[in-house]
Ligand binder design. Structure first.
Ligand code: URA
Length: 460
Protein backbone atom coordinates (compact mmCIF):
# COMPACT_ATOMS: atom_id res chain seq x y z
CA UNK A 1 0.00 0.00 0.00
CA UNK A 2 1.35 3.51 -0.82
CA UNK A 3 0.30 7.11 -0.04
CA UNK A 4 -0.08 9.99 -2.54
CA UNK A 5 3.69 10.66 -2.48
CA UNK A 6 4.35 7.07 -3.45
CA UNK A 7 5.74 6.06 0.00
CA UNK A 8 5.06 2.51 1.01
CA UNK A 9 3.07 2.12 4.31
CA UNK A 10 5.00 -0.46 6.26
CA UNK A 11 3.03 -2.54 8.78
CA UNK A 12 3.68 -1.58 12.43
CA UNK A 13 4.76 -4.24 14.93
CA UNK A 14 4.55 -3.71 18.68
CA UNK A 15 7.95 -5.34 19.24
CA UNK A 16 9.56 -2.63 17.06
CA UNK A 17 7.90 0.13 19.14
CA UNK A 18 9.25 -1.42 22.35
CA UNK A 19 12.77 -1.68 20.91
CA UNK A 20 12.58 1.88 19.60
CA UNK A 21 11.64 3.34 22.99
CA UNK A 22 14.13 1.08 24.78
CA UNK A 23 16.86 2.55 22.50
CA UNK A 24 15.67 6.15 23.20
CA UNK A 25 13.98 6.57 19.82
CA UNK A 26 10.98 8.81 19.14
CA UNK A 27 7.70 7.21 18.00
CA UNK A 28 5.79 8.71 15.08
CA UNK A 29 2.15 9.77 15.35
CA UNK A 30 1.14 6.64 13.40
CA UNK A 31 3.10 4.41 15.78
CA UNK A 32 1.53 6.05 18.85
CA UNK A 33 -1.89 5.67 17.21
CA UNK A 34 -1.23 1.95 16.64
CA UNK A 35 -0.23 1.47 20.28
CA UNK A 36 -3.26 3.33 21.69
CA UNK A 37 -5.66 1.55 19.35
CA UNK A 38 -4.17 -1.80 20.35
CA UNK A 39 -4.47 -0.92 24.06
CA UNK A 40 -8.11 0.18 23.74
CA UNK A 41 -9.05 -2.80 21.56
CA UNK A 42 -7.06 -5.20 23.72
CA UNK A 43 -5.26 -6.53 20.64
CA UNK A 44 -1.74 -5.85 22.01
CA UNK A 45 -0.70 -8.30 24.75
CA UNK A 46 -0.39 -6.73 28.21
CA UNK A 47 3.25 -7.85 28.54
CA UNK A 48 4.15 -5.85 25.43
CA UNK A 49 2.25 -2.77 26.63
CA UNK A 50 3.95 -3.10 30.04
CA UNK A 51 7.40 -3.33 28.45
CA UNK A 52 6.72 -0.22 26.37
CA UNK A 53 5.40 1.68 29.41
CA UNK A 54 8.55 0.87 31.36
CA UNK A 55 10.74 1.97 28.44
CA UNK A 56 8.74 5.22 28.28
CA UNK A 57 9.03 5.67 32.06
CA UNK A 58 12.81 5.16 31.94
CA UNK A 59 13.65 7.09 28.77
CA UNK A 60 10.88 9.69 28.79
CA UNK A 61 8.66 10.92 26.00
CA UNK A 62 9.27 13.86 23.65
CA UNK A 63 6.68 16.67 23.50
CA UNK A 64 5.42 15.48 20.10
CA UNK A 65 4.97 11.96 21.43
CA UNK A 66 3.04 13.25 24.47
CA UNK A 67 0.76 15.31 22.21
CA UNK A 68 0.13 12.33 19.90
CA UNK A 69 -0.49 10.03 22.88
CA UNK A 70 -2.96 12.48 24.48
CA UNK A 71 -4.95 12.98 21.28
CA UNK A 72 -4.99 9.27 20.36
CA UNK A 73 -6.15 8.36 23.89
CA UNK A 74 -8.80 11.12 23.86
CA UNK A 75 -10.12 9.69 20.58
CA UNK A 76 -9.96 6.02 21.68
CA UNK A 77 -13.66 5.79 22.65
CA UNK A 78 -16.90 7.75 22.95
CA UNK A 79 -16.71 11.51 23.47
CA UNK A 80 -19.07 14.08 24.85
CA UNK A 81 -20.11 16.82 22.44
CA UNK A 82 -21.05 19.99 24.35
CA UNK A 83 -21.79 22.04 21.19
CA UNK A 84 -25.57 21.53 21.58
CA UNK A 85 -25.42 23.33 24.94
CA UNK A 86 -24.87 26.62 23.09
CA UNK A 87 -22.32 27.79 25.67
CA UNK A 88 -18.55 27.66 26.02
CA UNK A 89 -17.64 24.44 27.88
CA UNK A 90 -15.01 24.91 30.58
CA UNK A 91 -13.80 22.59 33.32
CA UNK A 92 -11.29 22.65 36.17
CA UNK A 93 -8.99 19.80 37.06
CA UNK A 94 -6.99 19.45 40.27
CA UNK A 95 -3.98 17.17 40.63
CA UNK A 96 -5.42 16.15 44.03
CA UNK A 97 -5.13 17.23 47.64
CA UNK A 98 -6.56 17.09 51.15
CA UNK A 99 -9.80 19.01 51.76
CA UNK A 100 -9.63 19.95 48.07
CA UNK A 101 -13.30 20.62 47.39
CA UNK A 102 -13.20 23.59 45.01
CA UNK A 103 -15.22 21.64 42.37
CA UNK A 104 -18.39 22.07 44.48
CA UNK A 105 -17.92 25.83 44.36
CA UNK A 106 -16.40 26.52 40.94
CA UNK A 107 -18.86 24.35 38.95
CA UNK A 108 -22.04 26.15 40.10
CA UNK A 109 -20.32 29.56 40.22
CA UNK A 110 -19.08 29.31 36.61
CA UNK A 111 -22.47 27.94 35.52
CA UNK A 112 -24.19 30.88 37.23
CA UNK A 113 -21.96 33.19 35.15
CA UNK A 114 -23.00 31.64 31.82
CA UNK A 115 -20.36 28.95 31.29
CA UNK A 116 -21.19 25.23 30.76
CA UNK A 117 -19.28 22.96 33.17
CA UNK A 118 -19.26 19.29 32.07
CA UNK A 119 -17.17 17.81 34.89
CA UNK A 120 -16.05 14.16 34.78
CA UNK A 121 -14.49 13.41 38.17
CA UNK A 122 -12.65 10.65 40.01
CA UNK A 123 -12.59 8.75 43.31
CA UNK A 124 -10.20 8.91 46.27
CA UNK A 125 -6.62 8.13 45.20
CA UNK A 126 -3.83 7.48 47.71
CA UNK A 127 -4.01 10.04 50.53
CA UNK A 128 -6.37 12.36 48.62
CA UNK A 129 -10.16 12.40 48.64
CA UNK A 130 -12.35 11.90 45.57
CA UNK A 131 -15.04 14.26 44.30
CA UNK A 132 -17.39 11.34 43.48
CA UNK A 133 -17.02 9.77 46.95
CA UNK A 134 -17.88 13.13 48.51
CA UNK A 135 -20.94 13.67 46.28
CA UNK A 136 -22.21 10.17 47.03
CA UNK A 137 -22.49 11.23 50.68
CA UNK A 138 -25.66 13.02 49.55
CA UNK A 139 -28.50 10.49 49.85
CA UNK A 140 -29.48 9.07 46.41
CA UNK A 141 -27.07 11.29 44.38
CA UNK A 142 -26.21 9.49 41.11
CA UNK A 143 -22.73 9.94 39.68
CA UNK A 144 -22.99 7.26 36.93
CA UNK A 145 -25.07 9.07 34.30
CA UNK A 146 -25.26 8.15 30.62
CA UNK A 147 -23.92 10.80 28.21
CA UNK A 148 -27.59 11.64 27.36
CA UNK A 149 -28.46 12.16 31.04
CA UNK A 150 -25.26 14.20 31.50
CA UNK A 151 -26.33 16.47 28.63
CA UNK A 152 -29.85 16.83 30.06
CA UNK A 153 -28.49 17.97 33.47
CA UNK A 154 -26.13 20.39 31.71
CA UNK A 155 -29.02 21.82 29.65
CA UNK A 156 -31.09 22.32 32.82
CA UNK A 157 -28.45 23.52 35.30
CA UNK A 158 -25.32 24.51 33.34
CA UNK A 159 -23.15 22.15 35.44
CA UNK A 160 -23.02 18.43 36.05
CA UNK A 161 -20.49 16.34 38.01
CA UNK A 162 -20.37 12.67 37.00
CA UNK A 163 -18.10 9.61 36.85
CA UNK A 164 -16.29 8.38 33.77
CA UNK A 165 -18.44 6.02 31.64
CA UNK A 166 -16.93 2.68 30.49
CA UNK A 167 -17.08 3.91 26.87
CA UNK A 168 -14.98 7.05 27.53
CA UNK A 169 -11.18 6.81 26.94
CA UNK A 170 -10.92 2.98 27.08
CA UNK A 171 -7.17 3.25 26.29
CA UNK A 172 -6.57 4.99 29.65
CA UNK A 173 -8.46 2.35 31.58
CA UNK A 174 -6.12 -0.36 30.19
CA UNK A 175 -2.92 1.70 30.39
CA UNK A 176 -3.68 3.20 33.84
CA UNK A 177 -4.39 -0.24 35.37
CA UNK A 178 -1.13 -1.55 33.91
CA UNK A 179 0.86 1.48 35.13
CA UNK A 180 -0.57 0.95 38.58
CA UNK A 181 0.75 -2.65 38.58
CA UNK A 182 4.09 -2.05 36.85
CA UNK A 183 5.51 0.93 38.76
CA UNK A 184 5.08 3.29 35.83
CA UNK A 185 2.60 5.84 37.22
CA UNK A 186 5.02 8.67 38.04
CA UNK A 187 6.01 9.72 34.54
CA UNK A 188 5.15 13.33 33.57
CA UNK A 189 4.34 12.39 29.96
CA UNK A 190 2.16 9.43 30.92
CA UNK A 191 0.39 11.41 33.69
CA UNK A 192 -0.22 14.31 31.30
CA UNK A 193 -1.72 12.07 28.58
CA UNK A 194 -3.83 10.15 31.11
CA UNK A 195 -5.34 13.23 32.78
CA UNK A 196 -5.82 15.30 29.64
CA UNK A 197 -7.25 12.51 27.47
CA UNK A 198 -10.13 12.10 29.97
CA UNK A 199 -10.71 15.85 30.34
CA UNK A 200 -10.54 16.52 26.60
CA UNK A 201 -12.95 13.65 25.81
CA UNK A 202 -15.58 15.88 27.43
CA UNK A 203 -15.18 18.20 24.42
CA UNK A 204 -13.97 21.16 26.50
CA UNK A 205 -13.30 24.53 24.91
CA UNK A 206 -11.16 25.57 27.88
CA UNK A 207 -9.59 24.04 30.99
CA UNK A 208 -8.22 25.45 34.24
CA UNK A 209 -5.64 23.23 35.94
CA UNK A 210 -5.04 23.45 39.68
CA UNK A 211 -1.58 21.93 40.14
CA UNK A 212 -0.86 21.33 43.81
CA UNK A 213 2.51 22.01 45.44
CA UNK A 214 3.77 21.39 48.99
CA UNK A 215 3.55 18.61 51.56
CA UNK A 216 0.16 17.26 50.41
CA UNK A 217 0.88 17.16 46.66
CA UNK A 218 1.53 13.91 44.74
CA UNK A 219 4.70 15.33 43.16
CA UNK A 220 6.81 16.79 45.96
CA UNK A 221 9.65 18.38 43.98
CA UNK A 222 8.86 21.91 42.85
CA UNK A 223 10.61 21.43 39.46
CA UNK A 224 8.58 18.26 38.72
CA UNK A 225 5.35 20.07 39.51
CA UNK A 226 6.30 23.04 37.33
CA UNK A 227 7.27 20.77 34.46
CA UNK A 228 3.96 18.85 34.70
CA UNK A 229 1.97 22.11 34.79
CA UNK A 230 3.78 23.52 31.73
CA UNK A 231 3.51 20.19 29.90
CA UNK A 232 -0.24 19.92 30.47
CA UNK A 233 -0.86 23.50 29.34
CA UNK A 234 1.21 23.13 26.15
CA UNK A 235 -0.29 19.71 25.34
CA UNK A 236 -3.92 20.73 25.87
CA UNK A 237 -3.37 23.93 23.85
CA UNK A 238 -1.83 21.89 21.01
CA UNK A 239 -4.96 19.70 21.11
CA UNK A 240 -7.11 22.82 20.65
CA UNK A 241 -8.27 23.53 24.24
CA UNK A 242 -7.41 26.89 25.82
CA UNK A 243 -5.69 26.02 29.07
CA UNK A 244 -4.10 27.70 32.05
CA UNK A 245 -2.41 26.10 35.07
CA UNK A 246 -2.27 27.63 38.54
CA UNK A 247 0.27 26.22 40.97
CA UNK A 248 -1.43 26.32 44.36
CA UNK A 249 -0.47 25.58 47.95
CA UNK A 250 -1.22 22.15 49.42
CA UNK A 251 1.09 22.70 52.41
CA UNK A 252 -2.03 22.45 54.61
CA UNK A 253 -5.54 21.08 54.00
CA UNK A 254 -7.72 23.45 51.99
CA UNK A 255 -10.44 24.93 54.20
CA UNK A 256 -11.58 23.63 57.56
CA UNK A 257 -12.98 20.22 56.55
CA UNK A 258 -11.47 17.08 55.05
CA UNK A 259 -13.71 14.04 54.53
CA UNK A 260 -16.88 13.40 52.54
CA UNK A 261 -20.17 14.94 53.74
CA UNK A 262 -18.43 17.58 55.88
CA UNK A 263 -16.65 18.98 52.80
CA UNK A 264 -19.97 19.44 50.99
CA UNK A 265 -21.48 21.06 54.07
CA UNK A 266 -18.53 23.51 54.22
CA UNK A 267 -19.12 24.51 50.58
CA UNK A 268 -22.86 24.95 51.03
CA UNK A 269 -22.14 27.06 54.12
CA UNK A 270 -19.85 29.32 52.05
CA UNK A 271 -22.49 29.62 49.32
CA UNK A 272 -25.01 30.57 52.02
CA UNK A 273 -22.73 33.47 52.96
CA UNK A 274 -20.99 32.00 56.04
CA UNK A 275 -17.33 33.03 56.21
CA UNK A 276 -15.49 31.19 59.00
CA UNK A 277 -11.85 32.26 59.02
CA UNK A 278 -10.67 28.62 58.59
CA UNK A 279 -12.53 28.44 55.24
CA UNK A 280 -11.18 31.70 53.77
CA UNK A 281 -8.41 30.00 51.71
CA UNK A 282 -11.00 27.66 50.17
CA UNK A 283 -13.28 30.58 49.28
CA UNK A 284 -10.40 32.61 47.85
CA UNK A 285 -8.91 29.80 45.73
CA UNK A 286 -12.36 28.85 44.42
CA UNK A 287 -13.03 32.45 43.36
CA UNK A 288 -9.63 32.67 41.63
CA UNK A 289 -10.18 29.37 39.76
CA UNK A 290 -13.77 30.25 38.88
CA UNK A 291 -12.56 33.71 37.75
CA UNK A 292 -10.24 32.03 35.23
CA UNK A 293 -13.02 29.67 34.08
CA UNK A 294 -15.38 32.60 33.54
CA UNK A 295 -12.66 34.53 31.68
CA UNK A 296 -11.68 31.59 29.43
CA UNK A 297 -15.40 30.93 28.93
CA UNK A 298 -15.72 34.39 27.38
CA UNK A 299 -17.86 35.83 30.19
CA UNK A 300 -15.26 38.28 31.58
CA UNK A 301 -12.50 40.38 29.95
CA UNK A 302 -9.88 39.37 32.52
CA UNK A 303 -9.50 36.72 35.24
CA UNK A 304 -9.85 39.54 37.79
CA UNK A 305 -13.19 40.58 36.27
CA UNK A 306 -14.11 36.86 36.35
CA UNK A 307 -13.27 36.81 40.08
CA UNK A 308 -15.62 39.75 40.69
CA UNK A 309 -18.43 37.97 38.79
CA UNK A 310 -17.73 34.75 40.70
CA UNK A 311 -18.02 36.56 44.03
CA UNK A 312 -21.28 38.12 42.83
CA UNK A 313 -22.68 34.62 42.14
CA UNK A 314 -22.02 33.64 45.77
CA UNK A 315 -23.41 36.87 47.20
CA UNK A 316 -26.62 36.86 45.11
CA UNK A 317 -27.31 33.17 45.85
CA UNK A 318 -27.28 32.03 42.20
CA UNK A 319 -24.36 29.60 42.72
CA UNK A 320 -26.15 27.89 45.61
CA UNK A 321 -29.40 27.66 43.64
CA UNK A 322 -27.58 25.99 40.71
CA UNK A 323 -25.69 23.60 43.00
CA UNK A 324 -28.91 22.42 44.67
CA UNK A 325 -30.68 22.16 41.30
CA UNK A 326 -27.81 20.04 39.95
CA UNK A 327 -27.95 17.71 42.96
CA UNK A 328 -31.73 17.31 42.62
CA UNK A 329 -31.39 16.70 38.84
CA UNK A 330 -28.95 13.85 39.61
CA UNK A 331 -31.39 12.30 42.10
CA UNK A 332 -29.82 13.68 45.31
CA UNK A 333 -31.82 14.65 48.39
CA UNK A 334 -31.02 18.33 49.01
CA UNK A 335 -33.00 18.35 52.28
CA UNK A 336 -29.95 16.78 53.93
CA UNK A 337 -28.29 20.24 53.87
CA UNK A 338 -31.06 21.61 56.13
CA UNK A 339 -31.06 18.68 58.53
CA UNK A 340 -28.84 19.45 61.52
CA UNK A 341 -28.95 15.75 62.52
CA UNK A 342 -27.92 14.36 59.13
CA UNK A 343 -24.19 14.26 60.00
CA UNK A 344 -23.99 11.16 62.21
CA UNK A 345 -20.42 9.89 62.59
CA UNK A 346 -20.01 6.60 64.45
CA UNK A 347 -17.42 8.10 66.83
CA UNK A 348 -16.09 11.61 67.55
CA UNK A 349 -12.92 12.78 69.33
CA UNK A 350 -11.49 16.26 69.92
CA UNK A 351 -7.69 16.37 69.66
CA UNK A 352 -5.97 19.07 71.75
CA UNK A 353 -2.63 20.81 71.18
CA UNK A 354 0.23 19.08 73.01
CA UNK A 355 2.21 22.33 73.35
CA UNK A 356 1.89 26.10 73.18
CA UNK A 357 3.23 27.84 70.06
CA UNK A 358 2.68 28.67 66.41
CA UNK A 359 1.64 25.96 63.99
CA UNK A 360 4.67 26.20 61.71
CA UNK A 361 4.05 23.44 59.19
CA UNK A 362 1.92 20.39 58.47
CA UNK A 363 2.66 17.09 56.78
CA UNK A 364 -0.49 17.26 54.70
CA UNK A 365 0.03 13.82 53.14
CA UNK A 366 0.01 12.34 56.66
CA UNK A 367 -3.14 14.32 57.46
CA UNK A 368 -4.69 12.92 54.27
CA UNK A 369 -3.94 9.36 55.41
CA UNK A 370 -5.50 10.19 58.79
CA UNK A 371 -8.69 11.27 57.01
CA UNK A 372 -8.72 8.13 54.84
CA UNK A 373 -8.19 5.83 57.85
CA UNK A 374 -11.05 7.36 59.80
CA UNK A 375 -13.19 5.66 57.14
CA UNK A 376 -13.42 8.42 54.52
CA UNK A 377 -11.29 6.38 52.07
CA UNK A 378 -11.01 2.70 51.19
CA UNK A 379 -8.39 0.03 51.82
CA UNK A 380 -9.28 -1.90 48.64
CA UNK A 381 -10.73 -0.79 45.31
CA UNK A 382 -14.52 -1.03 45.20
CA UNK A 383 -15.09 -0.86 48.99
CA UNK A 384 -17.74 1.58 50.25
CA UNK A 385 -16.57 4.73 52.06
CA UNK A 386 -18.08 6.26 55.20
CA UNK A 387 -19.90 9.47 54.19
CA UNK A 388 -19.56 10.90 57.71
CA UNK A 389 -15.85 10.25 58.39
CA UNK A 390 -13.34 13.09 58.28
CA UNK A 391 -11.51 15.82 60.19
CA UNK A 392 -12.64 19.32 61.15
CA UNK A 393 -9.47 21.44 61.56
CA UNK A 394 -9.87 24.24 64.13
CA UNK A 395 -6.46 25.87 63.60
CA UNK A 396 -4.54 26.76 60.46
CA UNK A 397 -0.83 27.04 59.70
CA UNK A 398 0.53 30.24 61.31
CA UNK A 399 -2.04 30.23 64.15
CA UNK A 400 -0.88 30.63 67.77
CA UNK A 401 -2.40 27.92 69.96
CA UNK A 402 -2.22 27.25 73.69
CA UNK A 403 -1.52 23.78 75.05
CA UNK A 404 -4.87 22.01 75.50
CA UNK A 405 -6.65 24.13 72.89
CA UNK A 406 -8.72 22.04 70.39
CA UNK A 407 -6.71 21.44 67.20
CA UNK A 408 -9.14 19.24 65.35
CA UNK A 409 -12.27 17.10 65.70
CA UNK A 410 -12.05 13.57 64.29
CA UNK A 411 -15.12 11.78 62.93
CA UNK A 412 -14.72 8.01 62.48
CA UNK A 413 -16.88 5.06 61.52
CA UNK A 414 -16.30 3.53 64.98
CA UNK A 415 -14.34 4.20 68.18
CA UNK A 416 -11.58 1.67 67.34
CA UNK A 417 -10.74 3.64 64.18
CA UNK A 418 -9.78 6.85 66.06
CA UNK A 419 -6.40 5.92 67.57
CA UNK A 420 -4.20 5.68 64.46
CA UNK A 421 -5.54 8.89 62.81
CA UNK A 422 -5.12 10.74 66.15
CA UNK A 423 -1.48 9.70 66.31
CA UNK A 424 -0.92 10.62 62.61
CA UNK A 425 -2.49 14.04 63.25
CA UNK A 426 -0.27 14.72 66.25
CA UNK A 427 2.85 13.76 64.27
CA UNK A 428 1.80 15.77 61.21
CA UNK A 429 1.40 19.14 62.95
CA UNK A 430 4.69 20.89 63.78
CA UNK A 431 4.93 23.76 66.32
CA UNK A 432 7.50 26.59 66.57
CA UNK A 433 8.18 29.53 68.88
CA UNK A 434 8.10 32.04 66.02
CA UNK A 435 5.42 32.74 63.45
CA UNK A 436 6.17 30.98 60.14
CA UNK A 437 6.33 32.91 56.88
CA UNK A 438 3.10 33.17 54.93
CA UNK A 439 2.89 30.86 51.91
CA UNK A 440 1.09 32.32 48.87
CA UNK A 441 -2.06 30.48 47.85
CA UNK A 442 -1.16 30.75 44.14
CA UNK A 443 2.59 30.72 43.51
CA UNK A 444 2.76 30.67 39.70
CA UNK A 445 0.47 30.77 36.68
CA UNK A 446 1.27 29.10 33.36
CA UNK A 447 -0.52 30.41 30.28
CA UNK A 448 0.31 28.97 26.84
CA UNK A 449 3.22 31.39 26.27
CA UNK A 450 4.71 30.83 29.74
CA UNK A 451 4.41 27.06 29.29
CA UNK A 452 6.18 27.07 25.94
CA UNK A 453 9.03 29.25 27.21
CA UNK A 454 9.37 27.02 30.29
CA UNK A 455 9.46 23.82 28.21
CA UNK A 456 12.03 25.28 25.78
CA UNK A 457 14.37 25.98 28.71
CA UNK A 458 13.57 22.93 30.85
CA UNK A 459 16.38 20.45 31.35
CA UNK A 460 14.92 16.95 31.87
N1 URA B 1 -4.63 10.85 37.58
C1 URA B 1 -4.89 10.30 36.37
O1 URA B 1 -6.01 10.29 35.91
N2 URA B 1 -3.87 9.76 35.69
C2 URA B 1 -2.59 9.74 36.16
O2 URA B 1 -1.72 9.23 35.48
C3 URA B 1 -2.35 10.32 37.41
C4 URA B 1 -3.39 10.88 38.11
Amino acid sequence: MSDSSGHLHMPIHMIDLIRKKRDRGVLSEAEIGFLVCGAAGESIPLEQLSAWLMAAWLNGLELDEIRALTVAMRDSGAKFDPSRLGKVAVDKHSTGGVGDKTSFLVAPIAAACGVAVPMISGRALGHTGGTLDKLEAIPAYRTALTLEEFEAVLQKCGASIVSQTPALVPADRVLYALRDRTGTVESPGLICASILSKKLAAGLNALVLDVKTGSGAFLRKREDTEYLAALMVATAEAAGTRTVALMTDMGQPLGAMAGNWIELAECVGLMRGNRPVESEDLRELSLILAGWMIHLGGQAETPEAGYARAEGAIVDGSALRIFLEMIAAQGGDVLAFDDAHFHKPGATRVVEALETGFISSMDTTMLGWAVQRLGAGREKAGEPVDPHAGIHFHARRGAFVEKGQPLATLYATREAMLAEPESLLKRAIVFSATKPETVPLVSRIFTQDDAEIYLRNAVR
